[in-house]
Design a protein around this ligand. Structure first.
Ligand code: PRP
Ligand code: URA
Length: 208
């Protein structure tokens, strides 16, 4: 598994704004979507292209198009929804598979409650979206579920990740690449990422 920490100034600037303590729900949503779009740009950088001939205003022209890659975007409920609009702006034709998990407040283990995957997921690249990779439990459970459904090409896009979660995800799924705006310092005793963003789901849904 490769971990790609995206150091592009636009990503880092937007992340700095996301970290502001008194950020509004509206602003948090906007920035989460924008960083989601920029992470998508990076995560798709190695998609194969092919030459095709297009009829252009000046006649036929050889152009590059993405070759045969079908994508499904997989937001992990709830907070993954906050990145979805930005990702879809980059890939408006992507199909959406939804996985519902929440983290038990005492054990920090993921609790499953919903899934609706696209039927041909075995033929698609899956981009899993979640603002936070903390202990890694929710992401690992999602990848387990996608692999069980036949998906073999999976990437994870996160705003912020903890080293503990990255290590656990790497051990569980060494074939899955991660794209993160920041690898933060550590988890606190409540398994929250430090410095992190706080509770991303609450900030996106306004449920604080
Ligand atoms: C948060 C976050 C991740 C998970 C990360 O979700 O959005 O899904 O916790 O923690 P982990 O890496 O330790 O599993 P939460 O359980 O708060 O649910 P929500 O998205 O519905 O708010
Ligand atoms: N979930 C969050 O929303 N934030 C964290 O820091 C950890 C889990």
């Amino acid at each position: 598994m490769a971990v790609h920490e995206i150091t592009h100034p636009l990503v880092q600037h937007k992340l700095s704004l996301l970290r502001e303590k008194e950020i509004s729900t509206k602003r948090f949503r906007e920035l989460a979507a924008e960083v989601g779009a920029l992470l998508t740009y990076e995560a798709t950088a190695n998609f194969e292209t092919e030459k095709v001939i297009k009829e252009c205003w000046s006649g036929p022209v050889e152009v590059d198009q993405i070759k045969g890659k079908k994508v499904t975007v997989v937001p992990i409920l709830r907070a993954g929804i906050g990145m979805l609009d930005g990702v879809l702006e980059m890939m408006p034709n992507a199909k959406i598979s939804v996985v519902g998990l929440y983290r038990d407040e005492e054990t920090f283990e993921p609790v499953y409650y919903f899934e609706k995957l696209v039927k041909d997921i075995d033929q698609r690249v899956a981009l899993v979206l979640d603002p936070m990779l903390a202990t890694g439990g929710s992401f690992i459970a999602t990848v387990d579920l996608l692999k069980k459904a036949g998906c073999t090409n999976i990437m994870g896009l996160f705003l912020v990740a903890a080293p503990e979660g990255i290590a656990k995800a790497q051990a569980a799924h060494p074939d899955v690449d991660l794209y993160v705006a920041s690898v933060d310092s550590h988890l606190n005793d409540d398994a929250y990422i430090i410095p992190g963003l706080g509770d991303a789901g609450d900030k996106i849904f306004g449920t604080k």
